[in-house]
Every structure is written in structure tokens, then in C-alpha cells.
Design a protein around this ligand. Structure first.
Ligand code: COA
Length: 296
């Protein structure tokens, strides 16, 4: 490994990098989730201004590995990889990680999400100081399996139930209060929030979006008020969002991710036509401890 070089990926290398990611993501043992599965789509994302930063490792001319980080806002870093094609996984992954860490100085917390069968990545992340967080299941609903909406759909969110949506969201997702805000303030062609309401009160909502993946739209958030659960509102919300994504946005499929802590909702997705695609596990690590600790 003496002639291993680590450099930021340049535009002329994006096609080669995208192929490496496609090959690695085809196999559960090397798959890193949420980083793309089709080389043409990965390459298109890499060319965008907000693209993840990727470091690549070369052994002579041969691409030995790559590791990327998508910096969200100021301080969250969502890792893509490590994707290691060389035999010496640990050396290549460590060198890539050190370079990536140095190239992302604003990141205060890194998150990774890898296939539960990717043991090399699990061992590398543990040795690099990452802690295992929750497992999660990635589901997909292909357009051909979209069930009919045989009850009235949910309505488009309006400002009238802003406080109601916030109140329900705080109850359903107390650990992530901020995630609903972009859907209430920034509804546009790529983002929708649908609700069931009773006056100002929000009885249920679903948030859905499309991003630069031309193959898949997402269901981001779903909640129903505890007083009316198990009466089919959740399914109607899901289907309202899925119909919007498939019929209006022409998405070939709809994806969603379910955390292990919410595993009791899986039956609802399965009965609504969603198929389990992958099981993943999340990892996180605080970076630049002095800055992070100074807040605590
Ligand atoms: C998950 C959640 C949105 C489901 O909402 P809901 O309105 O209860 O969903 P539904 O009523 O459509 O379906 C729930 C169950 O009720 C059953 N049900 C549906 N209609 C029914 C009816 N008319 N009579 C009796 N039972 C019914 C469904 O079969 C389903 O059972 P299953 O889970 O065994 O498939 C709700 O529990 C919630 O807000 N949870 C907290 C937030 C959360 O976990 N969100 C999901 C994040 S992944």
C-alpha cells in the first residue's frame, strides 16, 4: 500500500467513482445506504453544486476506494461509504476517513448508515470512534403496487393548522422537533404536507418530497393523533402522499425508512403495498470534541 494516494474526487473522475458506488451498493456485504444505486444517477448528483465531498484512494492508477460526506446546514455530516475495492480495507478506509475529516472542518457530528450485513464497515466505524445508533428498515412501494385510495384523501396543509401540526409533531417525534418546519414553510413543487384536521386541530399529517433522485419520491414523516389511531387514517395519509408522488410527480416508486424503535408500524406499510428492501444500521460520532463539549 506504499503508493496509496488520497485526493478529492475531480469532475473527470465522477463516472469512475459512480461505477464503484454502484458495484459496492449492489451487494449487502459492501452496501452503504442512502448513497445511490445506479451509476448514472450517482454521477448526476456528484455534478451538482450541493454534491457530497468525496475523497478517493488510488493505488497507482487503480481506484482503491472512496468515502464521501454530505454536509447538511452548518454542522451535520452524512457519510457515504466507505466504499473499499482494495484488499486492505482497514488501511484504505482509515486513510480516506482522515482526509475526509480534515476536508469537512465545519461538521460537528457525523452520521453513517450501512447495510446490516456490511461487517467491514461496522468494524471500521467502531474502531474510528463511531457509536452504533438505531437499526432501520428501508421500504419501497413500486408504482405498479399502488393501492387505490378508496376513501377521501387527506387535504393539503394550510396555515390554519400550523400550530396543530406542530403540536402533533412534538408529541409523535419529540426527539426531532425541527424536521416538520421545512414542510410547513417551504411547500413547493418538490415538497408536500397533507393533513386531516378538525378546525385548527391537526388529527394527522404526512410529509412527502422528491429530490434529485429521478427514480424515487419519499415519505418523510407520518403521524396520527393517538385518539383516532387504528381507524385507517394512517393508511389514507400514506396513500394520499403516494398518489401525489406517483401520479403527479411521475415517480416510479415511493420510499420510506422505519427506525427499529417504530417497528410496530411496519405492518401498516406492508399492508399498504410497501416491500422491505434493506435493513440498515446507523452510526454517529461527535467531531471536534472541544467545540461540542463547550456547549454541554
Ligand atoms: C403509525 C401511525 C401513523 C399509524 O396511524 P393509524 O391512523 O393508527 O394507522 P391505520 O389506522 O391506518 O393503521 C393502523 C392499524 O389499524 C388497522 N386499521 C385500519 N383501519 C381500521 C379500521 N377501520 N378498524 C380497525 N382497525 C383498522 C390497520 O390494519 C393497522 O393495523 P396493522 O398495523 O396491523 O396493519 C400512528 O400510530 C402514529 O402516529 N404513530 C406515532 C408516529 C409514528 O410512529 N410514525 C411513523 C414513523 S415511521
Amino acid at each position: 500500500m506504499s503508493d496509496l494516494t488520497i485526493v478529492p474526487a475531480k469532475p473527470g473522475e465522477f463516472a469512475e467513482l459512480a461505477r464503484l458506488i454502484e458495484v459496492q451498493n449492489r451487494v449487502p456485504e459492501t452496501q452503504c445506504l442512502h448513497s445511490g444505486e445506479h451509476a448514472d444517477e450517482v454521477e448526476a448528483v456528484l455534478k451538482q453544486p450541493e454534491a457530497p465531498i468525496f475523497m478517493i484512494a488510488r493505488n497507482g492508477d487503480v481506484l482503491a476506494g472512496a468515502f464521501g460526506c454530505e454536509v447538511d446546514g452548518e454542522s451535520r455530516g452524512y457519510l457515504q461509504g466507505p466504499f473499499i475495492a482494495a484488499d486492505d480495507y482497514t488501511t484504505v478506509a482509515n486513510e480516506l476517513w482522515q482526509a475526509l475529516y480534515a476536508a469537512t472542518p465545519s461538521v460537528a457530528r457525523y452520521d453513517a448508515f450501512v447495510n446490516v450485513r456490511n461487517e467491514n464497515a461496522a468494524a471500521f466505524l467502531a474502531a474510528a470512534g463511531f457509536r452504533r445508533s438505531q437499526g432501520a428498515q428501508v421500504y419501497v412501494l413500486p408504482a405498479a403496487s399502488l393501492p387505490a385510495l378508496n376513501a377521501p384523501p387527506a387535504e393539503l396543509f394550510t396555515d390554519r393548522c400550523r400550530a396543530g401540526v406542530r403540536a402533533l409533531h412534538d408529541l409523535a417525534f419529540p426527539d426531532s422537533p425541527e424536521t416538520i418546519e421545512p414542510f410547513m414553510s417551504g411547500q413547493n413543487g418538490n415538497r408536500r404536507l397533507f393533513v386531516f384536521s378538525d378546525g385548527d386541530r391537526c388529527l394527522g399529517y404526512v410529509a412527502a418530497s422528491v429530490n434529485d433522485n429521478p427514480r424515487e419520491g419519499y415519505i418523510d414523516l407520518l403521524a396520527v393523533d393517538a385518539s383516532i389511531r387504528n381507524q385507517g387514517y394512517g393508511r389514507r395519509l400514506l396513500l394520499t402522499a403516494a398518489h401525489w408522488l406517483i401520479e403527479e410527480k411521475s415517480m416510479p416508486q415511493v420510499g420510506l425508512t422505519v427506525l427499529d424503535m417504530r417497528s410496530d408500524t411496519r405492518e401498516l406499510y406492508a399492508r399498504t403495498g410497501f416491500q422491505l428492501l434493506y435493513s440498515g444500521v446507523g452510526y454517529f460520532r461527535q467531531a471536534r470534541n472541544s467545540r461540542v463539549e463547550s456547549h454541554s
